[in-house]
Design a protein around this ligand. Structure first.
Ligand SMILES: Nc1nc2c(ncn2[C@@H]2O[C@H](COP(=O)(O)OP(=O)(O)OP(=O)(O)O)[C@@H](O)[C@H]2O)c(=O)[nH]1
Ligand SMILES: [Mg+2]
Length: 318
């Protein structure tokens, strides 16, 4: 995209054209100087709209729940932005995502903007890319921002990093609760949802989760455990009320400002680390093999080698 094209796209974006928003999201996803320019233009337009993360094990009904949440907010006349992140399929991307996000008629609603993202295998970059895509949607005027991602491994930390409130969704299916406890999902939950409450075992599961939560150290926010039948829209109003309540808690306790400050700090650190590493690598890459030889031959340790390399790099940058 040429510079003038980018300016034109930004202009179109600010007058609310969806194609421009889609294009800017791609620019931001691709990174680089153009993405920086775009973010620079968009930051003054950020509104501080609520950012909600929806995560949980595969197949518990996250997308169905997001669909129901979107409908709920549309009924209340709020513009909604959805980012569906799929960290599990770096290779199949598009097609699988298409299946996973079943929004049907919502995709043609002008008040709804849905974007799917594959992560191209880089889990570390997920939080940043996701956060920046949400930034674009927020600047576009979406008043409620929802990020869906499967909670596997590190991804729930990423979604927590990119949002203000995290809803962890489970289903009464065997093992979901145990998986959630093992995978650290309980740690990031501001609200717990047992979806598929039309299936047997939901009540038991709620009790198990509540017992687990009761053993945790006391905190100002007590994590509620809610039940939903996402496929029938049951429990959605209650879930939205809990999300609102959490938001009020965040605002009144000062946690919202804290979270956002921490988020900014993490972002700055990540950018700085990338930049420093790129510079250092560009300067030192050629010298590393010779040092490796000496380390392999027992003449140096990795530490003395790194110290010398670092000294050379720092001397150069003075
Ligand atoms: N019985 C029942 N089925 C549900 C409910 N919610 C969702 N489902 C079904 O569960 C299946 C998985 O739903 P999805 O919404 O795709 O689940 P997901 O968590 O987004 O799945 P992934 O993104 O693949 O991890 C679908 O067949 C849904 O129709 C519910 O409340 N009750
Ligand atoms: Mg899904």
């Amino acid at each position: 995209m040429l510079e003038t094209d980018l300016d034109r796209t930004l202009e179109a974006f600010f007058t609310g054209q969806r194609r421009a928003a889609a294009r800017l999201i791609s620019v931001v996803e691709n990174g680089g100087p153009r993405a920086e320019d775009v973010l620079h233009q968009l930051y003054p337009r950020l509104t501080g709209a609520p950012r909600l993360g929806i995560t949980g094990p595969p197949g518990v009904g996250k997308s169905t729940l997001v669909d129901a949440l979107v409908r709920y907010h549309r009924k209340h006349d709020r513009r909604v932005g959805v980012v569906a992140v799929d960290p599990t399929s770096p290779f199949t991307g598009g097609a699988v995502l298409g299946d996973r996000v079943r929004m049907g008629d919502l995709t043609t609603d002008p008040g709804v903007f849905i974007r799917s993202m594959a992560t191209r295998g880089s889990l570390g970059g997920l939080a940043r890319a996701t956060k920046e895509v949400v930034d674009v949607l927020e600047a576009f005027g979406q008043q409620m921002l929802i990020v869906e991602t499967v909670g596997v491994g590190q991804t729930e930390m990423d979604v927590a990093q990119a949002t203000d409130s995290v809803v962890v969704v489970l289903s009464p299916e065997s093992g979901d609760a145990i998986q959630a406890m093992k995978a650290g999902l309980m740690e990031v939950a501001d609200i717990l949802v047992v979806n598929k409450a039309d299936r047997p075992g939901a009540g038991q599961m709620v009790r198990t989760l509540e017992a687990d939560l009761a053993m945790r150290p006391h905190s100002e926010w007590s994590v509620p455990v809610l039940v939903t039948v996402a496929s029938k829209g049951e429990g959605i109003a209650e879930l939205c009320a809990a999300v609102d309540e959490h938001r009020v808690h965040l605002e009144q306790s000062g946690d919202l400002a804290d979270r956002r400050r921490r988020r900014a700090q993490t972002e700055i650190t990540a950018v700085l680390r990338d930049r420093l590493w790129q510079r250092a690598h560009a300067r030192l890459a050629d010298e590393i093999p010779a040092w490796a030889e000496r380390v392999a031959a027992g003449q140096e340790t990795p530490y003395t080698a790194a110290r010398s390399l670092m000294a050379a790099f720092l001397e150069d940058s003075e």
